[in-house]
Design a protein around this ligand. Sequence first.
Ligand code: LLP
Length: 387
Amino acid sequence: MITKQAITAFSSIHTPFYYYDIELLKKTLDIYTSYIKKFNYNAHYAVKANAEPKILQIIQKAGLGADCVSGNEVSLAIKSGFSPSKIVYAGVGKSDKEIKTALKAGIFGFNCESVPEIKVINDLAAGMGKVARISLRVNPDIDAHTHKYISTGRKEDKFGVSPWEFQAVADELRNFKNIKMIGLHFHVGSQITDMSVFPMLCKMIEQLQQWFIDHDINIENLNLGGGLGVDYENPTKNPIANFKDYFELIHKHLIVRPGQKVHFEPGRAIVAQCGDLISRVLYVKIGQKMKFVILDAGMNDLIRPALYQAVHAIDNLTSDKKPLKYDVVGPVCESSDKFAHAILLPETQRGDLFAIHTAGAYGQVMAMKYNQRDLAKAYYSDEILKK
Ligand code: LLP
């Protein structure tokens, strides 16, 4: 939450910047981990959502492991204190170098996405005298009812192994001496707000794992991935994701066999709401059809609206004048550099401070230097707010 004290502190910071509410992050983690403990589940934070070292350290201290999608993420997670025994590594295109990094580190397991990949991991592990633990990422052909760019579990998506390939995997596993299959992995999409997707996933997991049980392949671990959505429209009203319904639904619908461990890979639901992109108004411009608020933050700082047509709540932190309708845009030379269309905001002028909310996940981490713009820095509530 952005307090009056925070707004005063913002006035002396160079904009744009990311602001993280550490208290909210810790509260979110407290609630999340209470469910993980209650149901005896395991959690691996999806490092891709936000990889700021300070954030990683807080999440690691809360007891989560790490879910990585590159060799560099594996190295960063280890550097941030995550035990390799709590690191999982997914991704459809793991390079030899990345696989070796993970093998050397002795991670908990690879989430494998294709039969050719398993062969490469086997060969590399053999060369290093190691046995790689793998879970098979399965594409269950489930529509997560989210944006098409962040749907990952439909049959047209590039992720995971299809059920018709199970026999080939089982045959190969018999030949691969440097692979130990330890489980099944699923991740059907991100920003899932239709809760009926999760019971459906549980039902599919039960059907799919039966194939392996029937073929005498022990499934010790079930990994359900991430995906739980957050409230982008009303972040102040709902600062914490609906972990209660999520875990209760999964507990009710997932059939867990004796000795089986259940894993999750939350990203967005942990970090989205604790981050805001803070920006200053450069100009207010009267266009032919619209009034434009031109911010000093652009799509290079937060690409979600341009890439996924994502709607982030926006506030003018320094005006309480009567509302007017504006388009809120950035300075980048693209018409897609638009944060909001025709929204009501208090009458705005040059120098006003704006907050673009729910920017903690896939915000700073996806920033780029397009137009040779500087990368926005991170500031933390526990550092800038004097007690
Ligand atoms: N596990 C795997 C294998 C994943 O690919 C992802 C996210 C997660 C876990 C974490 O999912 P989450 O709990 O955050 O939904 N840049 C996009 C989101 C991409 C998600 C990629 N995979 C966005 O800004 O919406």
